[in-house]
Design a protein. Structure first.
Length: 508
């Protein structure tokens, strides 16, 4: 018989949930507090002294002066400072030394980013944000029994392409650091064991996760939807069961993030029949920014998670403060956080749903788009359209990527979609017609370029053999299958498309 600790957890988490809601409803005051605290901690660092942050620290509202003193920057501005931190230098971007760094997807030139995970960002943002998300979930579902069993957390590893000279430096996936430093108390309620969770060999890890998972009473799972789907399928296969519910009858919630869940929803609903909840969060290497806060609601910005936010209008050069954003508008998210990133361009775009509290939808990456023909196709357009096409045809997609094919000879330009199916549609061309139609409905620029097939032909789909993207990521990600390395959804050049095609040709 399993002891249900959920009532105790709900009592403990009530205060945290109330604090979250109060901060969400007073965003200006909360954000001023976060910025002032960051300025106080950063004032004596090399970067803080360079920009004389102590001079604006005690202003009643330091936000305007902060924006006037510091320009917004992308990662390349911070790279030399961060590499010095990796080498062991103290007080560079943040007080003291930093030994943990999250390796994330590359920026310009394809080089990886190494995000400092300071003690403050780890405990006051990443862990605190995760706890806030759980508290908000328990508030929304007081009938939960998630602590009547264990949670399975899918993490990455410390495999890295960087080989720091500093022996104290740990570089790898954010999830690896979160698992490595998690409280021993939390280990009572989670699987797998740390040794398995941090394995770098994903083929070996996949079987171990499946084998160990099917012998536990799991009530909640946490991870990236695309990779967890592979784990769940492997586990049901090894257990000789038809679906996950037969292995984990008490499974109630999937805490997910990292990529849009909608293209995977249908596959999860088939794999986990019956009542199942899906709870989204926005936790990037740079910080834990938002969480779902109500049943089937959008993401709500966490305004007191030691992160200060600004919002850059697309095509603009002056970020807005939190009280200046407008519903229906899309902005690039700019953050200042206790990891030493100040007015940092995350490269993520968000669409404001409402402002009381500030609720958002992740629109995509500033660089994850196709605009080779003036169509300005954004990642969120692609995700919504492909989810609709799956629903209309009964198909299910494991993974996909898309990019431009430029005009050649008598052929106009088009978009080439490479898709790996778990359930292929009965008619690929019919699926392509639906996908194209949905994209036209969602994006007026794409529709204008498609009108009359004058500028842009209908998209083309190439079906890939199973496992193609896994092989691609293994090579593309330095032998690392999971973690922070994800299949690029959209690319504004044909490079990714050509690389995947080359992989297929080499195998043949």
């Amino acid at each position: 018989m399993h002891i249900n600790y959920t009532p105790l957890a709900i009592n403990i988490m009530q205060r945290r949930a109330r604090r979250c809601i109060r901060a969400m409803l007073t965003p200006v005051e909360s954000q001023i507090r976060q910025l002032r605290w960051i300025l106080y901690r950063a004032a004596e660092t090399e970067y803080g002294k360079q920009y004389r942050l102590d001079e604006i620290l005690h202003l009643e509202d330091p936000r305007k002066a902060f924006a006037e003193r510091l320009e917004i920057h992308d990662y390349e501005h911070f790279r030399p400072f961060i590499m010095r931190m990796v080498d062991g230098e103290k007080d560079v971007l943040w007080p003291g030394s930093c030994t943990d760094f999250a390796q994330s997807s590359g920026t310009s030139g394809g080089r990886s980013k190494y995000i400092p995970i300071t003690t403050e960002s780890l405990y006051l943002n990443h862990y605190a944000g995760a706890a806030d998300s759980v508290a908000l979930y328990l508030r929304a579902y007081p009938d939960s029994r998630m602590f009547a069993g264990k949670g399975m957390i899918l993490g990455g590893s410390f495999a890295t392409e960087l080989h720091p000279q500093n022996p104290k430096a740990h570089v790898g996936d954010l999830s690896a650091t979160l698992i490595d430093k998690i409280s021993p108390l939390a280990n009572i309620f989670r699987i797998p064991d740390k040794q398995t969770a941090l394995l770098a060999d994903w083929e070996q890890k996949l079987d171990l996760l499946a084998r160990k998972g099917m012998n536990e009473n799991v009530t909640n799972i946490s991870g990236v939807p695309s990779w967890f789907l592979t784990v769940l399928k492997r586990m049901t296969q090894m257990a000789g069961k038809e679906n996950v519910r037969e292995v984990w009858p008490e499974l109630e919630v999937f805490f997910h993030g990292g990529i849009n869940f909608e293209p995977y929803r249908h596959e999860y609903e088939k794999l986990i029949p019956g009542r199942m909840r899906y709870w989204e969060s926005y936790n990037a290497s740079e910080g834990f920014f938002a969480s779902q806060s109500q049943h089937k609601g959008p993401l709500t910005l966490l305004t007191d998670a030691t992160v200060y936010y600004e919002f850059l209008p697309l095509g603009g050069d002056r970020p807005l403060m939190i009280e200046q954003v407008q519903p229906g508008h899309t902005y690039e998210l700019i953050i200042t956080a206790p990891n030493g990133l100040y007015r940092y361009r995350t490269g993520d775009t968000i669409t404001i749903i409402d402002t009381d509290p500030v609720t958002i939808r992740i629109a995509g990456r500033t660089k994850a788009f196709i605009n080779a023909f003036g169509e300005e196709l954004m990642e969120n357009n692609a995700e919504r359209a492909i989810a609709a096409a799956q629903q209309a045809t009964g198909a299910a997609i494991t993974n996909y990527t898309a990019g431009p094919e430029y005009p050649e000879g008598d052929h106009r330009g088009c978009h080439r979609w490479l898709i790996e199916w778990s359930v292929p549609p009965a008619d690929i061309e019919a699926f392509a017609d639906i996908l194209d139609r949905e994209l036209r409905n969602l994006n007026s620029d794409y529709d204008a370029k498609r009108t009359g097939d004058i500028f842009l032909d209908r998209l083309n789909i190439t079906s890939l053999p199973k496992g193609t993207f896994e092989r691609f990521l293994t090579g593309f990600g330095n032998g690392k299958l999971g973690g922070q390395r994800k299949v690029p959804r959209l690319s504004n050049t044909p490079d990714i498309i050509n690389a995947v095609k080359q992989l297929i040709n080499e195998k043949n």
